[in-house]
Write a protein that binds this ligand. Structure first.
Ligand code: SAH
Length: 259
């Protein structure tokens, strides 16, 4: 008898008796909970994916970039942020922070991190600017610039690479990059003039349309030469409509193709 009274007063039984929610309400509560939790789980997953190589990335920036004399804070911060391992084919993911270029398919390469940093620093990017890149490739250089400037336009001649990089920009949330497939020789007249033009494939003669599409005080960086003769990275600056050219350093880029 005594036992029975105690049981009836137990909190479990009281809860069962006083069911506050209908089954439908409980299902709807569960669904709402999932709506809140699932996105957190998915974004958490993307963030942890992106951060798997955080230490390797910081080490790359310190030893390959800062120690070699790159000092522009915006460039340094951008390289610390952009997850380079998500711009290379899966089989090279572990090599993504190494001191060398890597294959990205279709006979093309993603440049060595130092070269990306060097080309970024030398064109002096800052917030309000509009950039044109010729040779999207993996999209890494475009993403590094997009962390610093307002708008990046980028052109890639290999259709498949243009598509892959576009997907990458979407996945990583780069809304300020607009890419297209095509021959970048003629620039992108609809969006000209550009404060910065960056060419990441080597060509014998600097394309005239790119010089024309450079804004006043604009900077154009381009590897000039052929794979056989050797190439030099050149910096052009437009001042009062005139072009100053500086030769920076010897480089090795894939050849600029024509359609
Ligand atoms: N900036 C790239 C490096 C890519 S290598 C990155 O960060 O990964 C150079 C790229 O230039 C190649 O993908 C090549 O297909 C492309 N390319 C060569 N000639 C081109 C042209 N005429 N127009 C546009 N892209 C070109």
């Amino acid at each position: 008898m005594v036992n029975k009274i105690i049981l009836i007063n137990s909190p479990v039984l009281q809860f069962k008796k006083r069911r506050k929610f209908s089954i439908l309400e409980e299902i709807s509560f569960f669904v709402n909970l999932m709506v809140i939790i699932l996105p957190l789980f998915i974004t958490g997953n993307i963030i942890s994916q992106a951060d798997k190589y955080y230490a390797a990335r910081i080490n790359m920036v310190e030893t390959q970039i800062i120690d070699r004399g790159i000092s522009d804070t915006k460039t340094i911060e951008s390289l610390k942020k952009v997850p380079r391992h998500l711009f290379v084919p899966a089989e090279y993911e572990k090599d993504a922070y190494g001191d060398y270029p890597l294959p990205i398919g279709y006979g093309q390469t993603i440049s060595q991190p130092y070269i990306v940093a060097y080309m970024t620093e030398v064109v002096e990017p800052s917030r309000k600017m509009k950039v044109l890149e010729i040779g999207t490739g993996s999209g890494y250089q475009a993403a590094v610039l997009a962390e610093i400037v307002d708008t990046v336009y980028t052109i890639e001649i290999v259709k498949e690479l243009a598509k892959e990089s576009d997907n990458r920009f979407k996945m990583l949330g780069y809304k300020n990059i607009t890419g297209k497939a095509g021959d970048g020789y003629n620039g992108w007249i609809e969006h000209a003039p550009f404060d910065i033009i960056i060419v990441t494939a080597a060509i014998d003669i600097i394309p005239e349309p790119l010089i024309d599409q450079l804004a006043e005080n604009g900077r154009l960086v381009i590897p000039v030469g052929s794979p056989s003769s050797g190439q030099e990275l050149k910096l052009l600056r437009k001042r009062n409509g005139k072009i100053d050219i500086t030769t920076l350093l010897p480089v090795r880029f894939v050849p600029f193709k024509r359609l």
